[in-house]
Write a protein that binds this ligand. Structure first.
Ligand SMILES: *[C@@H]1O[C@H](CO)[C@@H](O)[C@H](O)[C@H]1NC(C)=O
Ligand SMILES: *[C@@H]1O[C@H](CO)[C@@H](O)[C@H](O)[C@H]1NC(C)=O
Length: 503
């Protein structure tokens, strides 16, 4: 009770904005070449491009006054070994030893910091193993950064004692092996784990399985060739899984079935050519972000995607998709707000392909092989669309593209951020020259009617586009001037009713 009371008093004091005992920096010559600044929460000390002797001397100058050292940053130094007791009787909260050739951390160098240290960053050094014995007393550590070292194995119980750790990052090491009990002790608190940029050839399933509280797991830039059912068992709180830039070729059935809370799945930059129809089983209720770009898919994996009725963001850029079925988005399209199909090989968009995409706001279909994007394809998404990119397609100038300048103008009126800088081109078949789609010479293209200015209905099917407020009748009459297609259609849409008249 007394302890609790003290904590409350301390917090009240802080809340009232009154500092504890006044913090003061030692005289400049005593800590030179390190620099000291007094900050709100304690001292901020920086030592750069120096050596063990100078750092040890600066630490001695700090002892005795019991200051709170909120940040101690040692960067670009020559500090191959962290000596025992170097920080003894210092109260350091955040310690960084970055790019300092650190290869060894003596057991007693950090143990005295156990009461106060919450962040330890020893990135960009020469560590070959996790310095387990030096870490084991850091009972208040929240964040441990071991990025850019040379650690190749994580031994059993490497992090034992770090029972408050929430974030562990070991990005860009040489990890090829993680023993089954490697993360023992982290099971109750660890929320984020970054194992990216290593040499793992398999998901370290046994080691990961105890991490009940893990929310984000990063395994990108490894050498994973396969993932299989059961690999992610035990991670029932996972929110985000990153498997990008590995060597995966398949996504097998039920591989993520334990990840019932997963919100975001990143699989881009693999060589995936096959996605089982049950690949995403278990993700139905929560998956919103799915990134499958830079793979080797030949079609939209609609069967696998259909159960994902919460999906909002689907990225299929840079695959090898050459055709899309009319029912490609049936079942899961309703919730999608972002669809990226850029850099594929798509030649034709079926008339009703976007019919289910009722929430679509951003559509990227640039860099495909489309010669036509008829208004009837775009009509179902015109009301919700805010950003559309059709650049870098071999478009043929045609009246059926009038929707594009119309949409641009609408978006401008709505004051939305449409990428006005992107100006798609089309080729005028009989003139063998290119125009911006925005400024096609409609009068020379035999587009029927008075172009697309708003006007009253003229009753002969030659009217422009009319806007009269929400739910108003929209009528567009146009002659299709695409090479090879002759004829005229009046197309009407009002309150969700579509009718086609052909003459
Ligand atoms: C690392 O520190 C050395 C000095 O020890 C310096 O020359 C080098 O530029 C630093 N590297 C980076 C990436 O900061
Ligand atoms: C893309 O698909 C076509 C067949 O549809 C195939 O000939 C080609 O090799 C594929 N490209 C890649 C990069 O896999």
């Amino acid at each position: 009770m007394i302890a609790a009371g003290l904590v409350l008093v301390t917090m009240a004091t802080l809340a009232a904005g009154q500092a504890g005992p006044p913090q003061t920096c030692p005289p400049v010559p005593d800590i030179n070449p390190c620099q000291c600044q007094v900050k709100k929460n304690g001292l901020d000390i920086l030592c750069e491009a120096t050596d063990v002797q100078h750092i040890t001397r600066a630490m001695s100058a700090l002892k005795g006054k019991n200051p709170i050292i909120f940040y101690l940053k040692l960067r670009h130094n020559n500090l191959p070994k962290l000596q025992g007791f170097v920080f003894l009787s210092l109260d350091i909260r955040h310690l960084t030893i970055h790019n300092s050739s650190l290869a060894a951390i003596e057991e007693t160098s950090l143990s005295s910091l156990g009461r106060g240290l919450t962040q330890l960053d020893v990135s960009q050094n020469q560590l070959m193993t996790v310095p387990s014995s030096a870490l084991k007393n850091l009972h208040h550590l929240l964040i441990l950064n071991l990025n850019h070292n040379r650690i190749s194995v994580i031994h059993n119980r490497a992090f034992e004692g770090l029972d408050t750790l929430e974030i562990l990052t070991i990005y860009e090491n040489k990890l090829s092996s993680i023993e089954p009990d490697a993360f023992r002790g982290l099971d109750k608190k660890l929320k984020r784990l970054n194992l990216g940029g290593n040499e793992l050839t398999a998901v370290p399933q046994k080691a990961l399985a105890i991490l009940d509280m893990l929310r984000k797991l990063e395994l990108q830039e490894n050498r994973l060739k396969t993932i299989k059912e059961g690999d992610f068992e035990g991670l029932q709180n996972l929110d985000s899984l990153i498997l990008a830039h590995n060597q995966l070729t398949e996504v097998p059935a039920r591989v993520f079935s334990h990840l019932i809370l997963l919100n975001s799945l990143e699989l881009e930059g693999n060589s995936i050519s096959y996605i089982d129809k049950d690949a995403f089983e278990g993700l139905e209720e929560n998956l919103q972000y799915l990134r499958l770009g830079d793979n080797n898919l030949h079609r939209i994996p609609s069967e696998a995607l259909r159960p994902l009725h919460r999906l909002r963001h689907l990225d299929l850029r840079s695959n090898n998709i050459s055709s899309i079925n009319e029912d490609a988005f049936v079942g899961f399209g309703d919730s999608i707000t972002f669809l990226n199909l850029q850099k594929n090989d798509i030649k034709v968009l079926p008339a009703l392909v976007f019919e289910n995409l009722n929430s679509l706001e951003t559509l990227s279909i640039q860099n495909n092989k489309l010669t036509r994007i008829p208004e009837e394809v775009m009509e179902p998404i015109m009301d919700s669309l805010r950003v559309v990119d059709i650049m870098d397609n071999p478009l043929i100038c045609s009246c059926e593209l009038v929707w594009f300048p119309n949409l641009l103008r609408d978006l401008k009126n709505r004051d939305d951020e449409m990428t006005q800088k992107k100006r798609p081109m089309c080729t005028m078949a009989n003139e063998h020259r290119e125009y911006y789609v925005q400024t096609m010479p409609l009068e020379r293209m035999n587009c029927v009617g008075k172009k697309y200015q708003t006007s009253s209905l003229s009753g002969n099917g030659q009217s422009g586009r009319v806007h009269g407020g929400p739910g108003a009748l929209t009528v567009a009459g146009m002659a299709v001037a695409t090479a090879g297609v002759v004829g005229r259609q009046l197309w009407m849409a009002g309150a969700g009713v579509c009718q086609y008249y052909y003459y």
